[in-house]
Design a protein around this ligand. Sequence first.
Ligand code: SAH
Length: 255
Amino acid sequence: MKILIDQKGRKYIFNNEDMHTKDGVIKKEDVEKCEIGNTVKTHLGIEYTVISPNVSDIMQKAKRGPQAITLKDAALIAGFANLHSGSKVVNAGTGSGILDIFLAYVVEPEKVISYEIREDFAKIAKKNFEKFGIKNVEIKMKNIYEGIDEENLDAIILDLPEPWRVVPFATEKLKIGGTLISFSPSIEQSKKFHDALNANFLQETFECILRNWDMKAVRPCSRMIAHTGFITVARLISKKKETKEKNKMEISPEV
Ligand code: SAH
């Protein structure tokens, strides 16, 4: 797959057809012949650079149904879940498959198992996987509140309305040392999820506020995405402990 970058740094996906840009038409054959890193010209002589998309380009350009996860949150989730090539991960719900795409890059050649209840969203996700050549995601049409089929998991990742309902299955299906992570837009959801965790989990909740800088003006950009969601990371450290509130272990940020 190729993407084209215009003189202002804007990116356009090449869909194997002539491209009608604001700078003129770019012929399909010219892009096909063009090697990565080289430039093609529109019929008005304006140059576009051809490169391969990276995972952030794909996440930006994928079609969206429900609210999708952003790169900053996906990257933190993968980091805190200790994901790497070969990790076994269940993700729910699939939505447009944006988080799945990021996870698929990280755990390859292992496949991501992604639970979804809505056919219409699963369809959008499948189209995104096809379009961007993502082969290692399996969508399972199943309500994750009713259970998880997979065993011995390194991570379970949740982006759905009632994550606390998955906690009882997580203890059983995660490896010791594995991680249950929930992403929620509202702190009330995070609090309920937190309250459902027991002393078997070592846990922390945070949000990531990413602020870009305008390096010409040498100051922060005026606009930003102020809020996406809260992330709760819960690492399973034992399967035995009692589930009393007072036994809970929380990680405090180091000072
Ligand atoms: N993380 C996704 C967006 C998820 S939106 C992305 O980056 O694209 C939340 C999704 O969870 C919706 O598609 C919704 O249909 C699905 N969902 C809600 N409850 C569910 C359940 N009990 N089991 C599986 N999927 C569920």
